[in-house]
Design a binder for this molecule. Structure first.
Ligand code: NAD
Length: 376
C-alpha cells in the first residue's frame, strides 16, 4: 500500500532539492503517493498567506511530510513559516543527525551524533516587545516549561534506546539562566534515572561548542532547548561535512515532517546547482520512520557511493575545501539521477569503506581505509 506524504517544495533552492528527493524516493521499493502543496512565497502569490490552512490540513491528514526550505524575511515581512508550522502542529522535537559521509569534507570523519532540539518554546516563542517608546531597548521572552522539557528529554532517551545509542548529553546554561536553564536541568536530572541503560551527562552550552570542535566523536545524543539546538545543529552539520549534506526531521506525537537543516539559499535558486543530499537523506529518515530499514539503507549507501566516486557531485562536494581531489561539479539534477540509478543496485551487506585519499591521509591522520561498522 502506498504511503500518502505531503510534499512542500518551498522557496529558493527548495523546488530543485525536493524534486531530487522525490526522484530518489520514487526509485526505491517504498510506494509513495505525493500530496504537493505550496507554502512560502508561492503560497503568498496564490492565496495571500505564506502558510495556507490547506497546507496544515494536508499534513494533519497524512501525518507525514517532506518539506523544502522556506525563506523568512529578516526584520519585517511575514513571521517565520517554519516557526509557525512547528507551533501549529506541535512539532516539538527537531532531530538532526550529524554523520560524516564518505569521510571527506570533514576533519572529523568519525562524527556520528544526533542533536535533539526542543522546537516549540524557548527564545523562539515569538514573545518580543520594545521596552521604551524610543525603541532603544528590546526584550525577547525565553519560555521554558516543565511539560515541554519533560517531553523533549523523554523523546531523546527513547530515541537513544531505539537507535542503540549509549549516551544522552543535556546542554543548557543553568549557571547563568538559573530559572529557565535550571528548570530544564532539573527535568533532565529527574528523567535520567528512568533510563538506567543509558549514560546521562550535562554540558554548559559554551563548553559543549568547544568540546564538539575538539572531539565530536565522543558525543552520541545531545538534547537541548530551542536556540542552543539551532546553533549546535548547524555546528554539527559543519563538523560532518556541511549544510548541503545535513538532513533533519520534526516530530510531534503523531506527525513527522522531514526537512534539511539548510535554508533556501536564494543566491543559488533556479540554477540547478544546489546539493540535493540533505533533502535526499530526509527520504532516508522518512523510510526509517516508516520502518522501511532496507530501503533507508539503500538511500544512505547510494548517497555514500555517489559522494565517494565523485563523478556526479555538486559544487560544494567537488571543490577544494571539501575534497583533496577537486573534480568538475555536477548539477543538482544529475547528482540526484545518479543516486536514484544506484538505489536498486547497492550492496547493503558490504561493509562501508571510506575512500582512501592520499592527500587527505597525509594531512589528516584520522582518515583510514578501515571498514566502518554497518550504518545504524
Ligand atoms: P542557507 O542555509 O539558505 O544558506 C547558507 C549558505 O549555505 C548558502 O549561501 C550556501 O552557500 C550554503 N548552502 C545551503 N544549502 C545548500 C545546498 N543545499 N547546497 C549547496 N550549498 C548550500 O542559510 P541562510 O542564507 O541563512 O538562509 C536563507 C533563507 O532560508 C532565510 O530566509 C532563512 O530564514 C531561511 N531558512 C529556512 C530554513 C527552513 O526552511 N527550515 C532553515 C534555515 C534558513
Amino acid at each position: 500500500m502506498a504511503h500518502r506524504v505531503t510534499l512542500i517544495p518551498g522557496d529558493g533552492i527548495g523546488p530543485e532539492v525536493t524534486e531530487a528527493a522525490r526522484l530518489v524516493a520514487d526509485a526505491s521499493s517504498v510506494k509513495i503517493d505525493w500530496d504537493v502543496v505550496q507554502a512560502g512565497e508561492k503560497a503568498i502569490e496564490r492565496s495571500g498567506s505564506p502558510l495556507p490552512e490547506a497546507v496544515l490540513d494536508s499534513i494533519r491528514r497524512n501525518r507525514l511530510a517532506v518539506k523544502g526550505p522556506i525563506t523568512t524575511p529578516i526584520g519585517g515581512g511575514f513571521r517565520s513559516v517554519n516557526v509557525a508550522l512547528r507551533q501549529q502542529l506541535d512539532l516539538y522535537a527537531s532531530v538532526r543527525p550529524a554523520r560524516a559521509i564518505a569521510g571527506e569534507g570533514t576533519r572529523y570523519p568519525d562524527t556520528d551524533l544526533i542533536v535533539v532540539r526542543e522546537a516549540t518554546e524557548g527564545l523562539y516563542s515569538g514573545v518580543e516587545h520594545w521596552v521604551d517608546r524610543d525603541h532603544t531597548a528590546a526584550e525577547t521572552v525565553n519560555v521554558i516549561t516543565r511539560k515541554a522539557s519533560d517531553r523533549i528529554i523523554r523523546f531523546a532517551f527513547e530515541l537513544a534506546r531505539r537507535e542503540h545509542r549509549h549516551r544522552v548529553t543535556a546542554v543548557h546554561k543553568a549557571n547563568i539562566m538559573k530559572t529557565t536553564g535550571g528548570l530544564f536541568q532539573t527535568a533532565f536530572r529527574e528523567m535520567a534515572p528512568k533510563y538506567p541503560d543509558i549514560e546521562a551527562d550535562e554540558r554548559l552550552v559554551d563548553n559543549m561548542c568547544m568540546q564538539l570542535a575538539k572531539k565530536p566523536e565522543e558525543y552520541d545524543v545531545i538534547v537541548t532547548t530551542n536556540l542552543f539546538g539551532d546553533i549546535i545543529s548547524d555546528l554539527c552539520a559543519g563538523l560532518a561535512g556541511g549544510l548541503g549534506v545535513a538532513p533533519g526531521a520534526l516530530f510531534g506525537d503523531s506527525i513527522a515532517v522531514f526537512e534539511p537543516v539548510h535554508g533556501s539559499a536564494p543566491k543559488y535558486a533556479g540554477q540547478d546547482k544546489a546539493d540535493p543530499v540533505a533533502e535526499i537523506l530526509c527520504i532516508e529518515l522518512l523510510f526509517r520512520h516508516l520502518g522501511e530499514r532496507e530501503a533507508a539503507e539503500r538511500v544512505f549507501r547510494a548517497v555514500w557511493e555517489t559522494i565517494a566516486e565523485k563523478k556526479f557531485v555538486t559544487y560544494d562536494l567537488a571543490l577544494p575545501g571539501y575534497t583533496a581531489h577537486p573534480v568538475p561539479p555536477s548539477t543538482c539534477s544529475a547528482m540526484a539521477r545518479e543516486i536514484a540509478r544506484k538505489i536498486p543496485n547497492v550492496d547493503i551487506d558490504r561493509p562501508l569503506v571510506r575512500p582512501v585519499d592520499p592527500y587527505a591521509v597525509q594531512s589528516d591522520p584520522h582518515l583510514t581505509d578501515e571498514p566502518l561498522p554497518t550504518h545504524r
